[in-house]
Design a protein around this ligand. Structure first.
Ligand code: IPE
Ligand code: IPE
Ligand code: MG
Length: 245
């Protein structure tokens, strides 16, 4: 089996998979290395996950790379992570583009350096007309920020008289939240053993299924991805209804 392995056609493939890529620091520590070596090793898992998602015709893959709370980390780790982000854009974007991937960065990019912002802008612009996998990288992303941001945009429209307040409903929030052009999240995978959301997607996971694994992100591979898809395939999604409707 390899990353191009296609799972059995009987399986139900989630349209949108979101992954909390956790455990890089512990992976490095276990090997007696500094934390950033774990982040660097994690790039391979990202690459392989993208390949697996393309092969299995998943429509959207959303990866949690840096949370709005990760600024609490030591300055040195943050700056290494920013450098790594630039490096990953430099090395991966061409292949992503050739693979028809639409790359989007979700999150508040305003605190990023001009250099990084420029790379992000160019990568998104280059891939925006592609028609393959939607790859969303969550960087300085927080689920609460996303909802607040949506509310701010709606408020602006109300203030300008472009939107009647009585017409605000779930769809209104949906239309202003990140990834509103894509399917709802069906499956959230978290590596690294923790069983929490850590302010990742909140609105978008209302009816998502969850798959937690102790495997640390740099060790994530297609077998674990497939295990997650197999588990998803066996879940009975009722959306509040009953099985027989
Ligand atoms: C996840 O790995 C990557 C980021 C949050 C940037 P961690 O760095 O959180 O690794 P652990 O959880 O400390 O092992
Ligand atoms: C979540 O991991 C964020 C990312 C994977 C980018 P954290 O390591 O920051 O989560 P906590 O602090 O354990 O909740
Ligand atoms: Mg962690």
């Amino acid at each position: 089996m390899n990353y191009n392995t296609k799972i059995s056609s009987k399986s139900i493939i989630p349209k949108h998979v979101a992954i909390i890529m956790d455990g890089n620091g512990r992976w490095a520590n276990e090997k007696g290395n500094i934390r950033i070596t774990g982040h660097k090793a994690g790039i391979k898992s990202v690459r392989n996950s993208v390949r697996f998602a393309i092969t299995n015709k998943i429509s959207s893959l959303t990866l949690y790379a840096f949370s709005s709370e990760n600024w609490k980390r030591p300055k040195q780790e943050i700056s290494s992570l920013m450098d790594l982000f630039i490096f990953a854009l430099d090395t991966e974007v061409k292949t992503l583009h050739n693979s028809n991937v639409i790359l989007k960065i979700i999150g508040d990019t305003t605190p990023f350096s001009e250099h990084l912002k420029d790379k992000i802008f160019k990568a998104q612009d280059l891939t925006k007309n592609n028609v393959g996998l939607h790859l969303n990288i969550a960087a300085n992303y927080g689920g609460r920020w996303d909802i607040v941001n949506s509310v701010k945009q709606i408020y602006k429209k109300i203030k300008n008289g472009d939107f009647p307040i009585d017409e605000i409903n779930e769809k209104t929030i949906n239309n202003h939240i990140c990834m509103n052009d894509q399917k709802n999240v069906d499956l959230v995978i978290r590596t690294g053993g923790e069983q929490r959301i850590s302010n990742f997607l909140l609105w978008q996971i209302a009816y998502a299924e969850f798959y937690f694994t102790n495997v640390l992100w740099p060790d994530f591979n297609e077998i674990i991805f497939q295990d997650a898809l197999d588990a998803f395939s066996k879940r009975k999604r009722r959306y509040g209804g009953t099985e027989n409707k």
